[in-house]
Write a protein that binds this ligand. Structure first.
Ligand SMILES: [Zn+2]
Length: 262
């Protein structure tokens, strides 16, 4: 038994198809309808008093400066796009002041991200290992010229001006503050080719925060503890190696790829 047919246009040419065949026009109609509803709500939000107040509040909080480049900000941006996270559209921690140029770059990246679907193009790699096990060396060997490297020890040295492995607890707070901000920013972005997070021990918190947004590679550099200790002595670095080694032995490296370093 033949089904009833309908006349439709495919690629500009009239064709007869079965009545229940969904062709592009029908899809377009459904799509346009949803788009209209969504965009209405979207536009309404950006014209609301609520948003205008919030917008001024954020510009004031950020001293009217673009949070990326420091020039004069002209708009307030959702770090995680409001379309992806409608519930949190008035959440201050998800808002930042931007200049037009930086906003353009960010929007372009988000567009690329959406249109490339699940294909990832910013890798995040956690590199763990004992002190002096060769973590930085590994990263330097694998990095490209558009990467971000978060290395706690290097930051401590740079920000405190102290010799390597000495800690200033107040500077520690600032490094951690920067780390939280960095994680927040990384959630929404595809800015770098690679992000390298260099740490001694694994941190489940980082995985929890980022794994919904990015794929994270986990690497642990496997170097003989005695070799590490010897290097530290040669570098005259005084740290409590025994304690660190104990923590390291107890740590959970499930899911980590072991890179032998001899
Ligand atoms: Zn800017």
């Amino acid at each position: 038994m033949t089904k009833p047919t309908k006349l439709t246009f495919v690629g500009g040419k009239p064709v007869l198809v079965t009545y229940d065949k969904v062709i592009r026009q029908d899809n377009d109609r459904a799509y346009n309808y949803h788009r209209k509803v969504e965009e209405n709500e979207y536009l309404k939000f950006y014209h609301s008093t609520e948003w205008r107040h919030k917008r001024n509040e954020i510009l004031e909080r950020d001293y009217g400066l673009c949070q990326r480049c420091g020039s004069e900000a002209v708009l307030v941006d959702h770090i995680i796009p409001s379309k992806d996270d409608w519930e949190d559209r008035l959440d201050s921690s998800n808002l930042q002041s931007l200049c037009r140029e930086c906003h353009k770059i960010k929007t372009k990246r988000e567009w690329m991200k959406h249109h490339k679907g699940m294909k990832r193009y910013m890798n995040i790699t956690m590199v763990c290992g004992l002190p002096a096990s060769g973590k930085s060396t590994y990263v330097k060997r694998h990095m490209t010229d558009h990467d971000l490297i978060y290395d706690y020890d290097e930051l401590m040295q740079a920000l405190s001006g102290l010799p390597s492995r000495h800690r200033n607890h107040d500077v520690h707070d600032y490094i951690m503050l920067f780390f939280d901000q960095m994680l927040r920013k990384l959630k929404a972005e595809q800015t770098f080719n690679n992000v390298w997070i260099i740490r001694t021990l694994p941190d489940k918190r980082i995985d929890t925060l980022l794994s919904n947004y990015h794929h994270i590679d986990h690497i642990v550099i496997d170097t003989q503890p005695s070799v590490c200790e010897q290097r530290l002595i040669e570098r005259k670095q005084k740290i409590n190696f025994v304690k660190i080694l104990n923590d390291f032995k107890r740590a959970d490296f499930t899911g980590y790829r072991v890179v032998k370093n001899r």
